[in-house]
Design a protein around this ligand. Structure first.
Ligand SMILES: NC(N)=O
Length: 661
């Protein structure tokens, strides 16, 4: 691994700048500090608010009452993995300016597209707790078992990636053993998730996101305005030009780090987009946020969330990833006189290296904190997600169908504890097998992409059939696997663990799996189309005595309209034309359930999300990068300064949005 002491020629050890005690202090100390804070907030919530985390609906869905700003923070925070900071910086270090751009694209458009699915969840399955319940209600147990496999596989991949990225950083900066970090990181998180449920993770997400943004801005301003080494941006430009002469990038125009004409960057972008689709659509964490949010705010939150998130990898990696390349010949660089080795950069150490040169020990502490925040907030989302899958889709579905809400909460608690320990074991196994953050990042799209389209269509398309879903996801997976092996063999000459996670191998497989699963699912369904009215999925029952909410259909339009929802005032009039609540319910949790929107309004929200995500996708994948790619443009110092100003402005604007909401 990165800090091996068997240093080969041309490879230097990554020198830890801080002592192990700082590593333990952050991982254990701050972890438990957060746990204590959440415990306190949860106690206050149970005492003084109408929401009790002891109720299963509150524990798993935050009573479906969360407002858009907080959901948006939750989305940003759950989607900001250690990879978002580390892998994107590795991409900048390796491919130049195109890397952070493509990393941002590869996570943003999926979140925006998921806004459409979120509107459909509210329309067609508002009582569901997990996406697997929707699959079960529509297609029965065999399809449910198939997607349960995908749901757990996704969380397994994400948890592995979170811990490996986090542990590699803690290890590189403090020397704390990787295995210790893998086991200790999830423990504090498990404590606050157990006590607080989904709402605690939202609150914690908010706190984490604030800290994250403060640290990101510190790095941005340090790099571009106060550092003697890299500011103003024209200095960075010169350093990057010098680095290109020393270590040119194969496939980039003139070997430059300052061009979007990067063949490797483009392939990386394709791999990131594929990996991003699987990471969003197969992850219960994103469905859970759609379920948790108020019907009026779901889609808005996803649209804002996608946009806010874009600036994180783009801004952070354009700054630290490129700074690492620019500063690799500085004596303070942790592997000086050598650049990072392939293993060190795949482990995600470009950003920590730059932080150390730019800000010394302060930079090392800041990077440690920011990565810690990213790991804990994303891992808390995964813990609550995996416990919901277990308690609702395994325990209640196949073991104790009559389990009460209290029992579900108890089982969720136990499973969170189990998974927190298992996460540590899993990351240790991966580490011992030589698998790192970069490997998991590429392989995620390979193994999960065949499930993406069938899952998305389950909640959105009435003509979908069970046979279509099975054929699409299973044949798509087989074709994806075959393309993976053949692509790897043909392009890299042999099938090895390393070659399987090379970008071209990942793209061959991910693209085949995604496209063929989609084509087969749709084609087979259209041979004998269903005409599903979603009545089964709309009848999925909530626990704790809260009845399922039926969005009002056309036949119910004649009901008297009683009260306008406050939230509606915040929505644009054009979208939210009519909104009503039904008579006040008896329980606190159900009060918010009654705030529902008509199906027609949700349909408008869906269409708006479709338009928004299509326009956004066009702008970020085609309009901005491709003209620069095809014209082989290499940034001038002025254009680079403008690019830096854009990353700064995007970071500021898009980070303010959720807090404003
Ligand atoms: N969440 C991601 N794709 O960084």
């Amino acid at each position: 691994m990165s800090n091996s002491t068997d240093v080969l020629p041309g490879i230097s050890e990554f020198r830890p700048l801080l002592s192990q005690s700082v590593g333990y202090g952050v991982v254990v100390g701050i972890g438990f500090l957060f746990a204590a804070l959440m415990l306190f907030l949860t106690t206050i919530q149970a005492k003084f608010s109408k929401f009790s985390p002891g109720l299963s609906e509150e524990f798993t869905t935050a009573s479906r009452s969360v407002k858009p700003g907080l959901v948006c923070c939750g989305i940003v925070s759950a989607w900001t993995w250690s990879a978002t900071l580390l892998q994107s910086s590795t991409a900048a270090y390796t491919f130049g300016v195109s890397g952070p751009w493509w990393y941002g694209v590869g996570g943003t458009i999926q979140v925006a597209f998921f806004g459409m699915v979120a509107a459909k969840v509210k329309m067609n399955a508002n009582g569901a707790h997990t996406f697997l319940e929707i699959v079960k209600a529509r297609f029965g147990a065999p399809a449910h078992i198939l997607f349960t496999f995908y749901g757990f596989l996704c969380i397994l991949v994400v948890c592995g990636s979170l811990l490996l990225g986090g542990a590699a950083t803690v290890n590189a900066i403090t020397g704390m053993p990787i295995i210790a970090a893998c086991f200790l990181l999830p423990i504090g998180i498990a404590v606050y998730v157990v006590f607080g449920g989904l709402r605690a993770t939202f609150v914690c997400d908010w706190v984490h996101t604030v800290v994250l943004f403060v640290i990101i801005f510190t790095f941005l301003f340090r790099t571009y305005t106060t550092s003697d080494l890299t500011s103003p941006p024209t200095n960075m430009y010169q350093l990057l030009s010098a680095a290109a002469s020393q270590t040119p990038v194969v496939g980039n125009e003139a070997g430059s780090y300052l061009t979007m004409k990067s063949n490797q960057g483009l392939v990386f972008g394709a791999a990131t987009i594929l990996s991003g689709f699987s990471g969003v659509f197969c992850d219960q964490g994103y469905w859970q946020r759609a379920i948790a949010s108020h019907p009026a705010s779901t889609t808005k939150a996803y649209m804002l969330g996608g946009l806010s998130w874009f600036a994180i990898p783009w801004g952070f990696a354009s700054c630290l990833g490129l700074a690492a390349r620019a500063l690799q010949s500085n004596p303070a660089f942790p592997t000086y006189p050598n650049p990072l080795s392939a293993a060190q950069s795949s482990a995600g150490l470009a950003a920590p290296a730059a932080a150390v040169v730019l800000m010394g020990k302060g930079g090392a502490v800041a990077i440690l904190l920011v990565v810690f925040m990213a790991v804990t907030s994303a891992a808390s989302s995964e813990l609550i997600a995996v416990s919901s899958l277990f308690s609702y889709d395994i325990y209640r579905t196949y073991w104790r169908p009559n389990a009460s809400g209290a029992e579900i909460v108890r089982v969720s608690h136990m499973f969170i504890c189990f998974w927190a320990i298992w996460m540590g074991c899993w990351a240790t196994i991966l580490n011992k097998a030589g698998i790192d953050l970069g490997w998991l990042f590429y392989v995620q799209g390979v193994v999960l992409s065949p499930a993406v389209i069938p899952i998305a269509l389950t909640v959105t398309w009435s003509k979908l059939t069970k046979t279509g879903v099975f054929c699409g996801s299973i044949i798509g997976a087989c074709l994806g696997m075959a393309a993976w092996m053949v692509g790897c063999l043909k392009i890299y000459g042999s099938i090895t663990i390393t070659n399987l996670a090379m970008p071209y191998s990942a793209v061959c497989s991910g693209l085949t799996g995604l496209l063929f699963s989609g084509l087969i699912t749709v084609g087979v369904s259209l041979l004998n189309p269903a005409d599903y009215d979603f009545s089964g999925t709309r009848n999925i029952a909530m626990l704790d005595g809260v009845p399922p909410e039926e969005p009002r259909g056309a036949d119910e339009e004649s009901r008297p309209k009683e009260t306008s929802i406050d939230e509606e005032k915040d929505m644009e009039k054009a979208d939210m034309d009519v909104a009503t609540v039904q008579p006040v319910a008896s329980s606190a949790a159900s009060t918010d359930q009654k705030d529902d929107l008509s199906r027609e309004v949700l349909m408008k929200v869906f269409k708006k999300a479709a338009l928004y995500s299509s326009v956004l996708t066009f702008i970020v994948t085609i309009l901005v990068p491709l003209p620069m790619f095809f014209s082989h443009y290499v940034f001038s110092p002025k254009f680079y300064t403008f690019w830096v100003a854009c990353t700064l402005s995007a970071s500021i604007l898009t980070h303010i949005l959720p807090y404003y909401s």
